[in-house]
Ligand binder design. Structure first.
Ligand code: ATP
Length: 218
């Protein structure tokens, strides 16, 4: 049985290229629902699943820090940005778990990412290291799920956030959050077309993008 600690963490990894209100609101809603004090945002250094991000890792780290600078519930980890080689979530979580052996760790991923979760490096081990909070559409996505994932869900699904809080890892919970149809892709294409993405992301992040000339076409 888990007793509440201030080491408990809601975790959101991403390329954050750039970070926007879709990321921030989703993770804040999960944080409040879980009753956890801290969110850790982890910008990926070298994402194994995607093409190279547009902005380099240093810029993405700075933008993520700027986005939450005034919010004491949020921290930003440079772990993946500083690590050499591909950013594997399993390595990041292993390091976090070592620092917080008994804490509740709850990693947020969007439903779209979850549908491909069985392609992640050592995904089964990830499920032993953290809870998975899948955000997005409500309901049971069983029909679309690969068999291995369906099995994992069968063993690990939890429908009660209070029960999930009693163990430090190992459960999968679907949690509906306010749908904000914002993507980093759409922000980058607005900027490339010399249009403003204002109000899709924090003003301070947009100021940084403008000052550094990020995402503008050559
Ligand atoms: P891109 O458009 O470049 O693919 P993105 O906006 O989807 O980027 P990522 O950094 O790839 O952002 O996403 C990190 C995590 O945040 C993923 O788990 C993703 O599902 C989630 N996420 C992204 N956008 C939203 C959103 N609008 N609402 C809720 N979650 C989101």
């Amino acid at each position: 049985m888990h007793s509440s600690t201030h080491d408990d963490l809601v975790i959101l990894g991403g390329t954050f290229d750039p970070i926007h209100y879709g990321h921030l609101r989703a993770v804040e809603e999960v944080r409040q629902a879980l009753g956890v004090a801290q969110v850790m945002l982890i910008p990926a250094g070298h994402p194994p699943h995607r093409q190279s991000p547009w902005a380099d890792a240093r810029h993405r780290l700075v933008m993520t820090r700027i986005a939450v600078a005034h919010h004491p519930h949020f921290t930003v980890s440079s772990l993946e940005v500083e690590r050499e080689g591909p950013s594997y979530t399993v390595d990041t979580l292993t390091a976090l778990r070592r620092q917080r052996p008994d804490a509740v760790l709850a990693m947020v991923i969007g439903m779209d990412a979850f549908l491909r979760f069985d392609t992640w490096h050592h995904w089964q081990r990830i499920l032993d290291l953290t809870h998975l909070i899948v955000t997005g559409r409500p309901g049971w996505p069983a029909a679309e799920l690969p068999e291995a994932l369906r099995q994992a869900l069968y063993q690990r699904r939890c429908e009660d956030i209070g029960i999930l809080r009693q163990t430090s890892a190992g459960r999968i919970l679907f949690h509906t959050v306010t749908a904000l149809e914002i993507s980093a892709t759409s922000i980058r294409s607005l900027l490339a077309n010399h249009q403003s993405p204002r109000f899709l992301l924090p003003d301070e992040v947009l100021d940084y993008i403008d000052a550094e000339g990020l995402y503008h076409s050559p």
